[in-house]
Design a protein. Structure first.
Length: 109
């Protein structure tokens, strides 16, 4: 993967995360896994996109949770982390539910 492809991939993940969090903040239900022709070109299929979002979530957890802190502080960090990534977590839950809300796997025109 070239630097340009990697950068494009990370931009797409940031865009998806930003839109998902904004939708939740606005009270808009997230009932469809995001999919566009651009995402298809970058990730190939929804499973690969979900895998990339899951990897991003795991990285955030590893980087931001210090298991050596007292339990109360760790719990507080965990809640903040979940709140910050609520949109991605909702999208991952949708995907795990079998793509609930997703139309058949097709690239929109």
């Amino acid at each position: 993967m070239t630097w340009t492809e990697t950068h494009r991939r990370w931009q797409a993940l940031q865009e998806i995360e930003t839109r998902a969090n904004a939708a939740l903040a606005a009270g808009t239900p997230l009932d469809e896994f995001p999919w566009t022709a651009e995402y298809a070109a970058i990730f190939g299929d929804r499973d690969a996109l979900a895998s990339a979002l899951s990897h991003r979530w795991r990285q955030a957890r590893r980087a931001q949770l210090d298991t050596h802190l007292p339990e109360a502080v760790l719990d507080q960090q965990w809640r903040r982390l979940q709140a910050r990534h609520a949109g991605v977590l909702r999208l991952l839950a949708l995907h795990e539910q079998g793509g609930a809300g997703c139309p058949e796997d097709r690239v929109p025109a």
